[in-house]
Design a binder for this molecule. Sequence first.
Ligand code: NAP
Length: 241
Amino acid sequence: MSNTKSKVALVTGGAKRIGQAIALSLAAQGYSIALHYHTSKAPAEKTAEAIKNLNVDCQIFPADLTDLKSTQNFIKRVFTHYSKIDVLINNASLFRPSTLKKGDLKQFENDMAVHVRVPFLLISQFAKRYKAGNIINILDTRISDEKAPRFSYLLAKKALAELTTMAALELAPAIRVNGIAPGLILAPEGEKPNYLLRLTQRVPLKKKGELRHITQSIEFLLNNDFLTGQIIYVDGGEHLI
Ligand SMILES: NC(=O)c1ccc[n+]([C@@H]2O[C@H](COP(=O)([O-])OP(=O)(O)OC[C@H]3O[C@@H](n4cnc5c(N)ncnc54)[C@H](OP(=O)(O)O)[C@@H]3O)[C@@H](O)[C@H]2O)c1
């Protein structure tokens, strides 16, 4: 078991993109990082190196979070490795199209696993073990919409938003639980660079967000100890339309 003196943050899906930015930002604030990844081994190792260059520890933990055994094994390994985890960021995500009519059960189960089952299991382990700490769930501005080209993704993110507020109440006053609902920050992998530019036309602030808008919001939530059960829409006002 690691008895690292610095505070520890666990970030799921932290090898690249938004998860990587969150991990690097927390590391820059002095947190040791438990970095989960699934397929992005090389980016995870590179991120871990960058974190270690900030003079904090980083351990990497691979797991397929659609798979229950792999998830349970990951949870056991990470909670055994650290005597205390101070911050949990549920960031890992699947972003696949699905419709209710098509009724793809596998996609539904995978979305529910990554966005609901894993946060549920991690949050309950966190709450069982620790008497203090912070949990931040990464949602999506579209949780306030009813129409979605990614039906089971959105349904799962809506459930994660409910988990956020219900957990906030059950776990207070020991643990604070909040959410961040990003809008247009990064185009999905494989999309053309102008993908987001077109979509920004519908955003009230007429621009896309930057990674720093997410990391600033996380820092704010961690530092403000009168906040729990909040969902911050980091979306240029997109949730208003
Ligand atoms: N990008 C945006 O503008 C935007 C907008 C709204 C909401 N969000 C939310 O913000 C968060 C980060 O967004 P993002 O675009 O950076 O996310 P992303 O790239 O779609 O996914 C983040 C990570 O999730 C991991 N993941 C996917 N399937 C997995 C599985 N079966 N098991 C374990 N891990 C798995 C992947 O890890 P590996 O690479 O290691 O496989 C991936 O790097 C997500 O929760 C997303 O829903 C993002």
